[in-house]
Write a protein that binds this ligand. Structure first.
Ligand code: AMP
Length: 223
């Protein structure tokens, strides 16, 4: 049976990394609204131009803009495909929208995984993050440095710091997360879909914790 997951967590909790690995291991489509928006910004499309200022300021893009993107992506996948949603939903209204759109497609999510991570460490992670301008592979100047400073190991592309990883933007993003995104936790708890995972550990340890917790849930619910 196709697995359908929502992955939630504060900026810097490793959401994107976890989502990529989980999607690959479990054969799921990986839908990242952050990646979609950054791709649109890099290509200079109408969508990219519309969201650039807001994304770079670390604020949330308006719900209506994201609804079109998500609806189109989910319809393209079709009702049989498993997926992992990374970065969407990001507030209560988006969670309600997602529920409604999936209902229309005759499907629902199996679990909403919340990555728990201590706030002090998030700032360190985000401010040291670097991304390849060519292939989007992520590095960290202390924890996962490239072999040659400023260059991607995989494709040789130049590494850059995301505009929204500047210190004052990080503060904004953490505030938005605490004020807005955390409202969704109750939404998923009420539907018995919430799974909390301690994300303070190595990438592989956290992947295993997520898979174990989903596996246990699957046994309970006989997914
Ligand atoms: P992320 O890569 O998930 O950290 O997303 C980067 C930025 O894209 C966020 O700080 C927002 O500006 C924007 N963004 C991504 N997903 C959403 C969403 N579901 N709702 C609103 N804005 C979003």
């Amino acid at each position: 049976m196709a697995l359908r997951l929502v992955l939630m967590g504060p900026p810097g909790s490793g959401k994107g990394t976890q989502a990529k690995i989980l999607a690959e291991r479990e054969g799921l489509a990986h839908l990242s609204t952050g990646d979609i928006l950054r791709g649109a910004m890099a290509s200079g499309s109408e969508l990219g131009l519309k969201v650039k200022e807001v994304v770079e300021a670390g604020q949330l893009v308006s719900d209506d803009v994201l609804y079109g993107v998500i609806e189109e992506s989910l319809k393209k996948l079709g009702p049989k495909m498993g997926f992992i949603l990374d970065g969407f939903p990001r507030n209560l209204r988006q969670a309600e929208f997602l529920e409604a759109i999936l209902e229309k497609l005759g499907i629902g999510i199996d679990a909403a995984v919340l990555l728990d991570f201590p706030e002090e460490s998030l700032i360190k992670r985000l401010s040291g993050r670097r991304v390849c301008s060519r292939c989007a592979k992520e590095y960290h100047i202390d924890f996962l440095p490239p072999k040659i400073e400023g260059r991607c190991d995989r494709c040789g592309g130049e590494l850059y710091r995301r505009e929204d990883d500047e210190p004052e933007k990080i503060a904004t993003r953490l505030r938005v997360y605490n004020d807005v995104t955390l409202q969704m936790v109750d939404f998923y708890r009420d539907r018995s879909l919430l799974i909390r995972v301690d994300a303070d550990g190595s990438i592989q340890d956290v992947v295993q914790r997520v898979l174990d917790s989903i596996g246990n849930r699957a046994k309970e619910k006989r997914l």
